[in-house]
Ligand binder design. Sequence first.
Ligand SMILES: CC(C)(COP(=O)(O)OP(=O)(O)OC[C@H]1O[C@@H](n2cnc3c(N)ncnc32)[C@H](O)[C@@H]1OP(=O)(O)O)[C@@H](O)C(=O)NCCC(=O)NCCS
Length: 182
Amino acid sequence: MNDPAPKPAKSPADAPDRSVRLRALEATDLPRSLLWVNDPEITRFTGTLFPISAAEEEEWYKRIQHDLSQRVLALEAEDGAHIGNGGFRDIQTVPRKAELWIYIGDQTRQDKGYGPAAIRELLRFGFERLNLHRIWVRVFSYNERAVRAFEKCGFQREGLLRDDVFHAGRYHDTHILSVLRP
Ligand SMILES: CC(C)(COP(=O)(O)OP(=O)(O)OC[C@H]1O[C@@H](n2cnc3c(N)ncnc32)[C@H](O)[C@@H]1OP(=O)(O)O)[C@@H](O)C(=O)NCCC(=O)NCCS
C-alpha cells in the first residue's frame, strides 16, 4: 500500500493543457483545506504526522499572515475551483532560496496534469515575485508521481536522504530536487 496508484494510461486527449491560478488562501478556504491536510491519501505524501484540529489550523493561518519566511497560496483550476494549496517555506533572503511545497487536495483533480501546471506557476512566482535563486523540494522515494511532476518542470535530483521518513511501518528515503533561477 506504499505506492501511489499505478501510472494511468494517458493519451494527449486525456491530458489537455491545464492552467492553474495562484491566489491568496482565504479564511473561507480553511474548512476545505482542513479536510485535505487530514486526508491519509495526502498526508502519506506530505509527511503530516498527526491529525490537525480546526483550532490548530486557525492558529497557523493567523501566524502565516505575519511570517515573512513563508508564503502560502491557494491553487485554483480554470473553472475557479479551489483544488489544492502550495507555497514556499524557509524563505532565506541572503542565499535567496526556499523550499516549495504543494498538494492537489481534491482527489478528483489529481492525475490530470494540474500538479505540473501549479508547480510551473509556483516557480514563476518564486523566481519573478520573490526573486529567489534556488527553489528546492523534498519528495519521499515512494512518491514517484511527484518526482516525475517536478522533473517535468525542470527540477533536478541532487541528493538522497537515507531512511529519512518513517511511514507505514518502515523507513523510506527522501529525494532532494532543485531548480535554479533560469
Ligand atoms: C504530486 C502531484 C502534485 C502531481 O500532480 P498531478 O496533477 O496529480 O500529476 P500528473 O497527472 O500531471 O502526473 C505527473 C506525472 O507523473 C506520472 N505518474 C502518475 N502516477 C505515477 C506513478 N505511480 N509512477 C510514476 N509516474 C507516475 C504521470 O503520468 C505524469 O507524467 P506524464 O505527464 O509524463 O505522463 C499531485 O498528485 C499531488 O498533489 N499529490 C498528493 C500530494 C503530493 O504528493 N504532494 C507532493 C509532495 S512532495
